[in-house]
Design a protein around this ligand. Structure first.
Ligand code: ATP
Ligand code: MG
Length: 437
């Protein structure tokens, strides 16, 4: 048998009421968040025969390696291992009373940015472990799928998430409003702390206390203000602002484009009015001539000369530059001189220099991205969160995280942020200075 911890009892209260739809059980490590989510799913499956529940995480592989093991562990402690069968191929746990738990990958794959793969799913409720690793849209889509057999059992939709402190939507939608006592009635937040859980070994608490300051604050004290990765170049709040900075004034028009290449599946083109990104166009894999044609059409429509168009020249993009006769952007080329002082700047390469300039622009509230599409906003936000300084402890030339590291972190290429970053080139390039005699 398991006796619930006081915080877990607290969460149960919200999971049983008929007002709360979304509960975030978040904070420090080891507070019993994952175990609690598993206990809840087991109880629901037992109590409501024939219902269907989702157990989700950013990556299915990690879900199986971590949360699922917690599930087996909890099931053993509860003495219910005889009540279900786990089918690895289906990624599902089938209870003998007809209830089931489906294990789901909730990662944002650009090939399915609207989560259409969840479209036909009908569930009774859901538990998402480490939900700070998924995008807000995924959270919302899962919530929208909760309707299966609710009426039959007199239930309302319940979505439970667990996470460690993170400066993303879990902070802005749950933690921050909770602090300000402004959480809407259908949302609840429960702060988890390792000290809530007497079942943790003392040695584990000790090892949490030995972490670096940042991790210790987050994982031991459950401090939500400490997620600031010192290497991050852009303030996360300022990234949120780019979609609402409509006061940014327009100016000269430009086009920047990142062309799909081998192993990547998107061409992303941006049309600019000063620092207002007024249009984002994306295409699946296309030929060099097609990409060039699309850029040419946009340039004609918006009346933008080729000298104000720049295309990523690495790889396939080189062909587009040749066809259009526009500017080419070579990531690894030499940094440009400071446009004001005409002095060289100390960067590893052009790309790093432009990303630092972009970070400054965003931190100064100088960028506006006009985009109504929530999934594209999520993608852009995620990519900008990865704009970080590489090897910041080392002296020498400043550099952003290399692309292969970013790809590893995002699970895709940062096509959108690269397209946005290239806009800074026009601030650095040689400018004509007319002098009237
Ligand atoms: N009510 C309980 N009774 C007994 N043991 C519990 C209880 N709740 C949690 N535990 C145990 O405490 C340990 C930590 O719990 P769990 O893994 O759920 O924490 P967590 O908050 O998800 O941690 P992390 O932040 O590392 O993901 C596990 O071994 C779990 O089985
Ligand atoms: Mg956990």
């Amino acid at each position: 048998m398991i006796k619930l911890l006081p915080k877990q009892e607290n969460a149960v209260w919200y999971l049983r009421d008929n007002v709360t739809n979304e509960i975030l059980y978040g904070g420090a490590a080891g507070g019993g968040k994952s175990a609690f989510g598993c206990m809840w799913l087991i109880e629901m499956c037992q109590q409501y025969p024939g219902t269907r529940w989702l157990m989700g995480r950013s990556k299915l592989k990690t879900l199986k390696e971590t949360t699922l093991n917690t599930f087996f562990d909890v099931a053993a402690k509860l003495g219910v291992t005889g009540q279900y069968t786990y089918n690895d191929k289906d990624s599902a746990i089938y209870f003998h009373n007809g209830s089931e738990i489906i294990l789901k990958d909730l990662f944002l794959y650009p090939s399915d940015k609207n989560f259409d793969s969840l479209g036909s799913l009908e569930i009774t409720g859901a538990f998402i472990d480490e939900c700070n690793q998924i995008v807000y849209k995924a959270w919302q889509i899962v919530k929208s799928r909760i309707r299966y057999k609710l009426n039959e059992f007199g239930l309302i939709p319940k979505l439970l998430g667990s996470c460690n402190p993170a400066k993303n939507w879990t902070y802005s939608k749950f933690y921050h409003p909770f602090k300000k006592k402004e959480l809407p009635g259908y949302r609840r937040f429960i702060q988890a702390l390792p000290t809530d859980n007497p079942h943790l070994p003392d040695s584990y608490l000790e090892s949490l206390r030995q972490l670096d300051e940042n991790s210790k604050q987050r994982l031991y004290y459950g401090n939500w203000e400490y997620d600031d990765d010192p290497a991050a170049l852009i303030d996360f709040r300022k990234i949120q602002d780019i979609y609402t900075n409509s006061f940014v004034v327009g100016g000269s028009k430009f086009i920047t484009a990142d062309i799909a290449r081998f192993g990547r599946d998107k061409t992303v083109i941006g049309v600019w009015d000063g620092f207002r990104l007024v249009k984002i166009v994306e295409y699946g894999k296309n030929s060099v001539t097609e990409a060039a044609e699309r850029i040419k059409n946009l340039a004609d429509f918006y009346m933008i000369p080729m000298s104000d168009v720049i295309v990523d020249e690495d790889g396939v993009g080189g062909g587009v530059v040749d066809i259009l006769g526009c500017n080419g952007f070579v990531n690894n080329s030499k940094p440009l001189d400071n446009p004001e002082t005409k002095e060289p700047e100390n960067y590893m390469n052009l790309k790093s220099q432009m990303y630092f300039a972009l970070a400054k622009l965003i931190n100064d509230s100088g960028l506006y991205v006009e985009c109504e599409d929530g999934s594209i906003r999520d993608i852009i936000t995620q990519e900008l969160e990865q704009v970080k300084q590489h090897n910041m402890d080392k002296d020498g030339k400043k550099q952003v995280l290399p692309k292969d590291v970013v790809k590893e972190l995002l699970g895709r290429s940062p096509d959108y942020s690269d397209m946005i970053m290239m806009r800074m080139w026009f601030e650095y390039r040689f400018k004509f200075e007319f002098s009237v005699a």
